[in-house]
Design a protein. Structure first.
Length: 263
């Protein structure tokens, strides 16, 4: 609380963005945006269950987070497996007693022309991006108390033509947006779980650092801000959807894309 002139107190709205003591399951947290999300969530006070397939990276990130004063545990898993998702949820409950926030961030990309896409390649992307989001949500929801939140990391490419060939990725992310709306209508009133999607545009990550000139030219030409986004420009949007700051928001998507969808 702050005290304005005259001695009257007034609420601090920034407190609504805090996640102190909340238990957060974060998939795809070993690198890229996921590792950045982990640091941002820990900075807001959350305790974390870090989920990915690369145990060594998860362990290093967990040590970093715990050195900063919040708890972190590692759950190695392939989220395309419903059984492994159930084991992640059980591990989270064993560690923290409940799950307050689920961030479905794990994902696969792939820029393959549709005429050359293979059944195995298309299925691999959909199994992680769409099926994995569903399996993790289904596994975690029974352990989430009223007031909890699920944030699905979709993409602006679920809303617009991708401009570069990405049929499997675009289809999977459009599916995540549809799944978000359905889970919100099923769980928001009955379970008290808010479900929303965060839709990033193109951000600077380990993957895009090696991007060729064609991608960089496309982003420059097709965003109002004319550049890639940076992790600190996306983190506050995640904290908003994960925290009580968005307590009256469910079933929607938040686009953070430098103006790409508006062109």
């Amino acid at each position: 609380m702050t005290s304005p002139p005259g001695g009257a107190s007034r609420p601090d709205p920034l407190r609504a963005f805090r996640l102190d003591g909340k238990a957060v399951v974060l998939t795809g947290s070993s690198s890229g945006l996921g590792a950045g999300f982990a640091r941002a969530l820990a900075g807001a006070g959350a305790h974390l269950v870090l989920v990915a397939r690369r145990t060594d990276r998860l362990a290093a990130l967990a040590r970093e987070i715990e050195a900063g004063g919040t708890r972190a545990t590692v759950a190695t898993a392939d989220i395309s497996s419903a059984e492994q998702c159930r084991r992640v949820a059980q591990a989270a409950v064993a560690e923290f007693g409940r799950i307050d926030v689920l961030v479905n961030n794990a994902g696969l990309g792939g820029a393959v022309p549709a005429s050359r896409e293979t059944p195995a390649g298309f299925a691999a992307v959909v199994e992680v991006n769409l099926y994995g989001t569903f399996w993790m949500s289904q596994a975690c929801a029974p352990h989430m108390p009223p007031g909890s939140a699920i944030v699905n990391i979709a993409s602006v490419l679920g809303h617009i033509a991708p401009r570069l060939p990405q049929a499997a990725y675009a289809a999977s992310k459009a599916g995540v947006i549809g799944l978000t709306r359905d889970l919100a209508q099923e769980w928001s009133r009955r379970k008290g779980i808010r479900v929303n999607a965060l839709c990033p545009g193109y951000f600077a990550t380990e993957m895009t650092a090696a991007a060729d000139g064609q991608l960089r030219e496309m982003v420059a030409a097709n965003t109002m801000l004319g550049r890639f986004g940076e992790q600190p420009e996306l983190d506050p949007a995640l904290l908003f959807l994960a925290s009580p700051a968005s307590s009256y928001i469910t079933g929607t998507t938040l686009i953070v894309d430098g103006g790409m969808a508006a062109l």
